[in-house]
Design a protein around this ligand. Structure first.
Ligand code: FEO
Ligand code: CA
Ligand code: CA
Ligand code: CA
Length: 748
């Protein structure tokens, strides 16, 4: 018997796998017919979106989301309001650090609020944090790997009140687990390779419950912010929670399983990464690296599969023994809680097994946090992919709603969904029925970035843009086939491969959309495949050994504006807002002129605060610059699309040099970008939300110490982190709440 972490089993970070073999354009194939900046950016861009703009992911207050228009009958779009004054960063930069603590600027306090295992129901004991807690009560404990989150203010009558400053529901994702610290000595695994099995069902039960979503009530009292252990709103959604499908793929053959013979439902949500919101007051959780959890030994299963099925599995990466090996637990239960993770053909028909199990994951899932007993819905009209997040764009009465979405894998795409129905503010507090209205019917698009700073949204619809039954790579049968296999549809349409799209954020002042492209490597995107929107290739040598890290290891943030300020537009303008780099890197790498107070690598979480009228918060999930610093949170005051310049950079790969034209946003300086927080060892900073008055900022510290070697579980001195408890404790993912000691707005 051996204990292994999932990383040892899979030998590779599932986040790092790309599965896009399409020949979609690199811009070196295009003629760089670049227009002048005046021509590109002088057409009303920057006045986009008028009055009512929302910071996606947050339910905060101030000048953002709650300022929904009153809803007199069919209202014209409100007149443009003067933009609020730009916020000004008002904190002292935090130094880069390798310490096992959370560091914030002088004058601020960070307090741990909600940790892995914390009980969220009366009678559940405190978490022992030594692997001995009873598996059966993990459905009433905080999950692991805290990720995207939203604060929903709540009033005394238990209704959504976005501006509420002292009471709210925090809805948050629990993306994955660090299995080593969940059981007495890590995961118990018998055998190796395809024969490896999980032999202790109790361990698997803990893991089922530790994925998913938390909804918890939080309150500000005399002693600061706490969560309420016995609130009737507290809820865990996990891998066993029943949920239904809606939209194009619901009730089709693609979703039929032994559990749901009509394709109407499934169990659970998984690998919930970034998040999103709706203007009617529900939470969106997004399924990212779900593919790796399914067991499908291709050599065994492929002979039972059609050419199309194999093409789809290949494109989504559904192959292998299954991360965490859940499908191997025996004996299975009558309702197949283990066997449902086996995506192989084992029965006579699709309703006798789970051959379609992987099709039931990869969706945006809507949860009504105000109705704890409500059934979550997987909204299939938004497509099936490695969903990072779903960021709500400008909300205007009488106009369609839009959600912008990244597909987080190397060489994947950026999408948007535009509702058919126009927004009616009478639907505020409309719950899941409002979701049925706006999220099941609309147009899905994928982005193509042109070399001249323009872009187009390619509609993903059967019969257009090459998405037909005669498409060579994949013959689309119907609209359900399209949304289930939307990556293949986007390939056919000719979308632009990006350097791993992570979070999306919409500037509440301008309607401009920002997308983090966290990083890529030479194997996925060689120097010959740079393009204008993914323009850099360089080496970022790591540590004293100067280990080569080639490709775009530090990532960048692309920014775009839909033409005419219309989120339903099918064309846009773009530039690169910001490039990650070491401050010491050369000018062709450190294109944003970063210095010691603001240099960073691998941008991931990204969110505009409403209460501060547009402060941008940027979080990192980095492995490249971690020889110098742990991951961090930076505050930013971004400018506008087109505030920089066209630039031709020189990329270097060993003896090869190659130039690439792009558009670089104005260098931020330390007034425009400043480090606000550095996390403990071996963590990612992700997930962010603010109280209704912006005087409390909630931030998630994910997986401190996650790379601790399995062999060291018996030797606490060798754990990669002991945060937050310190001493010899096992590390725990946790939410921290940050307040300013003078009670002021965070960051100003
Ligand atoms: Fe779960 Fe894309 O990070
Ligand atoms: Ca992420
Ligand atoms: Ca990431
Ligand atoms: Ca992570």
């Amino acid at each position: 018997m051996t204990a292994k972490t999932h990383n040892e089993i899979t030998a590779i970070d599932p986040d790092d796998i790309g599965h896009n073999p399409s020949a979609n354009p690199s811009f070196n194939d295009l003629i760089a017919s670049r227009l002048s900046r005046r021509h590109l950016f002088g057409l009303g861009v920057g006045t986009a979106g008028t009055a009512l703009l929302q910071a996606c992911g947050g339910g905060g207050s101030g000048g953002g989301f709650p300022v929904l228009p009153p809803a007199p009958a069919p209202a014209p779009a409100p007149a443009p309001a003067p933009a609020p004054a730009a916020p000004k960063l008002g904190f002292t930069a935090v130094a880069k650090s390798l310490d096992d603590v959370v560091s914030v600027p002088p004058g601020y306090t960070a307090t741990v609020l909600y940790r892995l295992g914390d009980p969220i129901a009366a009678g559940v004991p405190a978490y022992a944090n030594d692997g001995t807690d009873a598996p059966a009560n993990y459905d009433r404990r905080a999950g692991d790997h805290h990720d995207g989150m939203t604060f929903f203010g709540i009033d005394a009558s238990n209704k959504w009140a976005p501006a509420n400053a002292s009471r709210g529901l925090l809805a948050m994702n629990h993306e994955a687990i660090t299995p080593l610290f969940l059981h007495p000595t890590g995961q118990t695994i018998v055998g190796t390779g395809n024969a490896a099995v999980r032999s202790v069902a109790d361990e698997v039960q803990r893991e089922f419950f530790l994925h998913g979503v938390s909804v918890i009530e939080v309150n500000k009292g005399a002693g600061g912010w706490t969560y309420k252990q016995d609130s009737s709103f507290n809820r865990r959604v996990h891998t066993l929670t029943e949920m239904t499908f809606s939209g194009l793929a619901a009730n089709t053959d693609y979703l039929k399983t032994k559990f749901s013979t009509d394709g109407s439902k499934t169990r659970g949500t998984l690998n919930n990464c970034a998040n999103g919101t709706t203007p009617w007051g529900t939470y969106l959780t997004c399924e990212e690296n779900w593919a790796g959890y399914f067991r499908r030994i291709a050599a065994t299963d492929n002979p039972s599969r059609s050419v199309k099925e194999i093409a789809a599995f290949t494109r989504y990466g559904v192959a292998g023994t299954g991360r965490e090996l859940w499908a191997t637990t025996t004996p299975d239960t009558a309702d197949n809680i283990y066997g449902r993770w086996n995506a192989q053909v084992t029965g006579a028909t699709a309703t006798d097994d789970y051959r379609n199990g992987a099709n039931t994951y990869g969706w945006v899932v809507e949860i009504d946090p105000f109705t704890p007993g409500s059934t979550p819905k997987k909204r299939t009209a938004l497509g099936r992919m490695g969903h990072e997040g779903a960021c709500l764009g400008p909300v205007v009465v009488g106009k369609p709603l839009v959600w912008y979405m990244g597909d987080d894998s190397r060489n994947e795409y950026i999408y948007k969904f535009v509702s058919t129905k126009a927004w009616d503010a009478a639907d505020i507090n409309g719950g899941m029925a409002a979701g049925d209205k706006y999220m099941d019917d609309g147009k899905l698009y994928v982005a193509k970035f042109n070399a001249d700073g323009t872009g187009v949204w390619l509609e993903l619809k059967l019969g257009v843009n090459g998405i037909t039954a005669s498409n060579a790579a994949y013959a689309f049968a119907d609209a359900a086939d399209l949304v289930v296999n939307v990556r293949l549809a986007a390939d056919a349409a000719g979308a632009t491969k990006m350097d791993r799209p992570e979070w999306t954020a919409v500037n509440p002042k301008t309607g401009e959309v920002y997308v983090t492209l966290t990083n890529t490597n030479a194997a996925s995107r060689p120097i010959t495949a740079t393009d204008a929107a993914n323009p850099r290739f360089y080496n970022d040598p790591k540590g004293v050994a100067a280990t080569a890290q080639t490709g775009n290891p530090n990532g960048h943030i692309v920014r775009f504006a839909d033409d005419g300020g219309n989120p339903a537009a099918v064309s846009f303008k773009w530039d690169v807002y910001l490039f990650g780099a070491r401050a010491t890197a050369s000018a062709d790498v450190n294109l944003s002129g970063l210095v010691a107070d603001n240099d960073f690598s691998s941008p991931d979480g990204l969110w505009f605060s409403s209460a501060t009228a547009g402060l941008l918060w940027l979080e990192t999930d980095d492995g490249a610059y971690t020889d110098v610093t742990n991951c961090m949170l930076l505050g930013a005051v971004p400018g506008k699309l087109g505030d920089g310049a066209a630039k031709t950079i020189t990329n270097v790969d060993g003896a090869t040099t190659r130039t690439q034209a792009t558009f670089v946003g104005k260098a931020p300086g330390t007034d425009g970008l400043r480090r606000f927080l550095v996390g403990p060892k071996d963590c990612e900073i992700t997930g962010i939300a603010e109280s209704g008055d912006g005087r409390a900022l909630f931030v998630n510290i994910q997986h401190p110490g996650e790379t601790t070697a399995a062999a060291n579980i018996g030797n606490p001195a060798l754990f990669g982190s002991h945060w937050p408890e310190g001493g010899n404790a096992r590390p725990r993912s946790a939410t921290v709440v940050i307040t300013k000691n003078d009670g002021g707005l965070i960051g100003l």
